[in-house]
Design a protein around this ligand. Structure first.
Ligand code: ADP
Length: 432
C-alpha cells in the first residue's frame, strides 16, 4: 500500500511538471505566432490595427513602446499612467536584436505573464503577453480525479493483497510436517522442508537411540543381577559346600562390582547427555593429567606385565577437568584391557598446529576395520564375551565420544587386528 501511495504521488508530481512544461511551451509558441502576425498587420496597416485587435481578444495583452521606453499603447491600462518600460528585459532585447522574451509578475496587472517583444519597422517595439496562471491550474484541476483514482486503486490493491496473501499462506498451513519432503509446494520452500526433514530424522534417530539404550541398559543390568541372585539362592538353600563359599562369594562380589561400574558409567553418560554439566571449564594441563591417570592405572598394567610410557610436553586445554580425566582414563584403560600379556602402551601428549593432542597407542588385539566406526556406540563391544571377561561395560568410548563433543574435540581410531590400536584425541586450539 505504501509503495502504491508513493508511486501515485510521484506519478502525480512528475505528470504535473511535464504538463506544466508542455503547456508553457504551447503558450510561448502561441504568443510568438500572435506577435508575428500582429507585427505584419501593424507594419502594413499602421498602429490603429492594435485597437481593433485588443477588442477581439481580451486574454492577450498588447503593448507598444517607443525606442525611449515610453508606452504608446496598452490594451489593459491607460498609457499615460504607465511608467517607462525601457528597462524591461524583453524590450531591451528586442531593441538590441529584434526579438526578446521574459517571464515575470507584471507590475501593472499583478499576475505572472509571459512577454514576447518584436521590433516593428517604424523602430517601436510591439509586445504581446499572456497570463501563465492557467498553467499552474492544470495540475490542481486533475487533483480530484487523481484522488478518486488513488482511492479506487488503493482499495483494489488492498483486496488483491489480501487475496494473494491468503492464497500464498494456505498451502503452507496445510503442510504435512510429518513427511515434509512429500509436500508439493513452492520451490522456494524446499530448503525449509529439507531442513525440517533433517530435523525430523534426527529426532527419530535420537528417540530410537533412547529406546535402544533403555533396552540395552535393562539387559546389561539384568545379567549380573540374575547371576548374583542365582548364586545367593544356591547358598541360601544350603546346596554349597562350605569350601566353595569363598568361590561363590567372589563371583557375587565380582558381579556386584560390575553392576556398580555399569551404573556409574550410565550416570556419567546421562549427565553428559543432559548437558547439565555444571562443572566449570578451566585450564587443564593434559600432560600432568595423563601422568596422573597412568600412575592410577599402573596396578592394572603391572598385573598384565604391560609397560606404560608417557612422552611429549606440557600443553594446556581449556575444559572440564573431570570429563577430560574420564576421557583419557577410558582410552588408556582400554589400551591395557585389550592388550596382550607383556604388551606396551605409549601415550604422547603435546601441542600440534591444530591444537593440543593426546595419542594413545597399544600393542594389543586391535579392532577390525568394520567395527572401528561402531565402538563409540553405547554398549557396543567387538567381542562381547571377551570384553565382559575383561570387565568392560561397552560404555567407555561412548563417554569419550560425548566428552569430545562437549569440548569440540575430534577422536580418531587407527587400528589393525593383531597389531595394535592408536586412538587420538585432538582438542580445539585455545582462542587467544
Ligand atoms: P568396554 O567397556 O567394553 O571396553 P568401550 O566403549 O570402552 O567398552 O569400548 C568398546 C569396544 O571397543 C570394546 O569392547 C573393545 O571391543 C573395543 N576396543 C576399545 N578400545 C580398544 C583397544 N585399545 N584395543 C582393542 N579393542 C578396543
Amino acid at each position: 500500500m505504501l509503495i502504491l501511495a508513493v508511486t501515485l504521488v510521484l506519478f502525480y508530481a512528475i505528470m504535473s511538471v511535464i504538463l506544466y512544461n508542455r503547456n508553457l511551451n504551447l503558450l510561448k509558441s502561441e504568443v510568438k505566432q500572435e506577435a508575428e502576425y500582429i507585427r505584419t498587420a501593424v507594419n502594413i496597416s499602421g498602429p490603429s490595427y492594435l485597437d481593433r485587435m485588443s477588442q477581439a481578444d481580451e486574454r492577450t495583452r498588447i503593448t507598444q513602446i517607443d525606442e525611449n521606453g515610453d508606452v504608446l499603447y496598452d490594451s489593459s491600462s491607460e498609457e499615460s499612467d504607465m511608467e517607462n518600460h525601457g528597462a524591461r528585459e524583453e524590450i531591451k532585447e528586442a531593441l538590441a536584436s529584434g526579438t526578446g522574451e521574459s517571464e515575470r509578475v507584471s507590475d501593472t496587472l499583478g499576475r505572472e505573464l509571459y512577454y514576447y517583444a518584436v521590433l516593428l519597422d517604424d523602430g517601436t517595439v510591439l509586445r504581446v503577453a499572456k497570463s501563465m496562471d492557467n498553467l499552474a491550474m492544470t495540475a490542481l484541476n486533475v487533483l480530484p480525479v487523481m484522488g478518486v483514482l488513488a482511492v479506487i486503486m488503493m482499495g483494489f490493491a488492498l483486496m488483491l493483497a489480501k487475496w494473494q496473501t491468503q492464497k500464498l499462506i494456505k498451502p503452507i498451513n496445510e503442510l504435512n510436517l510429518e513427511t515434509p519432503l512429500e509436500n508439493t509446494i513452492y520451490e522456494e520452500l524446499t530448503p525449509l522442508l529439507v531442513a525440517m526433514d533433517k530435523q525430523n530424522k534426527e529426532k527419530e534417530a535420537v528417540s530410537n537411540m533412547r529406546k535402544e539404550f533403555s533396552a540395552n541398559v535393562s539387559h546389561e543390568l539384568k545379567t549380573p543381577l540374575t547371576s548374583i541372585s542365582g548364586y545367593a539362592e544356591i547358598m541360601k538353600n544350603g546346596m554349597v559346600r562350605p569350601a566353595d563359599i569363598p568361590v561363590f562369594s567372589e563371583r557375587i562380589y565380582k558381579e556386584a562390582r560390575r553392576l556398580i561400574t555399569l551404573v556409574e558409567d550410565i550416570i556419567k553418560l546421562s549427565k553428559l547427555d543432559e548437558e547439565s554439566v555444571e562443572l566449570e571449564k578451566e585450564e587443564v594441563d593434559l600432560y600432568d593429567l595423563t601422568l596422573e591417570i597412568v600412575s592410577r592405572l599402573s596396578p592394572q598394567a603391572s598385573q598384565k606385565h604391560i609397560r606404560m610410557e608417557v612422552t611429549g610436553e606440557q600443553v594446556n586445554c581449556f575444559g572440564i577437568r573431570q570429563i577430560l580425566d574420564e576421557m583419557v582414563y577410558n582410552v588408556c584403560e582400554n589400551a591395557i584391557k585389550y592388550n596382550n600379556e607383556g604388551g606396551r602402551v605409549s601415550v604422547w601428549v603435546g601441542a600440534t598446529l591444530d591444537g593440543p593432542k593426546i595419542s594413545v597407542s597399544d600393542t594389543g588385539i586391535g579392532i577390525p576395520k568394520e567395527h572401528q566406526e561402531r565402538i563409540f556406540e553405547r554398549f557396543y563391544r567387538v567381542d562381547k564375551s571377551h570384553s565382559k571377561e575383561r570387565g568392560g561395560t561397552g560404555l567407555g568410548l561412548s563417554i569419550v565420544k560425548h566428552g569430545a563433543l562437549l569440548h569440540g574435540a575430534k577422536v580418531s581410531v587407527d587400528s589393525a587386528p593383531g597389531k595394535g590400536t592408536r586412538i587420538e584425541m585432538l582438542f580445539p586450539k585455545d582462542k587467544e
